[in-house]
Design a protein around this ligand. Sequence first.
Ligand code: SAM
Length: 289
Amino acid sequence: MPVSAPKYSGFVAVRVPTATVRIRGASSVRALPVHCDTIKTWKRWCCASPIVLAMASSGEDINKSRPSFWESKWETSSTPWDCGAAHPYLKRFLETGEYGRLRQQIAESGVSTDESAPPLKPRSALIPGCGSGYDAVLVGAFANQVTAVDLSGIAVKRMENLAREADLTNVKGVVANFFVTQDWMSQGAPFDFIFDDTFFCAIDPSMRGKWARAMKEVTAPGSILLCSVFPNLQKPDGPPYGVSPQAYRDVLLPNAFKEISVTEIPAELRARAHITADSIDMAAVFVRE
Ligand SMILES: C[S@@+](CC[C@H](N)C(=O)[O-])C[C@H]1O[C@@H](n2cnc3c(N)ncnc32)[C@H](O)[C@@H]1O
């Protein structure tokens, strides 16, 4: 069972599964097999090392995230996915009040929601793999607070510049690996709205289960996860890897999410038809139970 540890002086509060905990010392990284079932145990380790980082992800997971690949994409401006604007479907979803209607529907269906959350707009939203941040900034105009996470410092800087130009101070950029949740989840979790726009197709398919577990970890019952299903086709090589509504179901349904809808995105609201004309782009909505 995961255990939550409070913030000890100078250390980051973390949630740790019964698994390997990596302790990063000044010059080495070593892994200790840990059965952490008490806060006391935590305190002992925290005090034993100058820098303690509890990682739900293994070193292999971090390698599979390919940080240098993504950083080099940004460094060389090889960012063909970048549309220069927020996803038109997201724009319509927010501007027509679809988010509010969905929240209402979820509340009526009996899935418990955070009563303190404003009903019609997200209290705290997350944009994973935010890239240049068009989606994050758009959501920032609707939500109380937005956290935009990306591996690349260049991407996050772009996002921050956009937010500044839009005069938004509620959009926070975090340079972090999505799979190392403790590095960023303290910045706004639980999130009641998450928009995944071509992040799922960017990650190695073997990481999809971890993607879903991270989504579960950073949400609460009633949270809404909106995913742009792109590219919706068979494409085993990547990134981008081919995805499908079923690929989302496979990992989200066992991780406390329920499918609300899968809708074909009308031609005029497609974001990347110029990249992959063959894809039948869809919008998939899941709710955290
Ligand atoms: C295909 S791009 C999508 C960017 C943005 N969502 C958009 O629609 O323009 C994928 C983004 O995810 C970031 N990324 C890839 N793996 C990541 C990881 N493990 N953690 C955080 N960001 C990651 C990349 O740096 C890149 O900006």
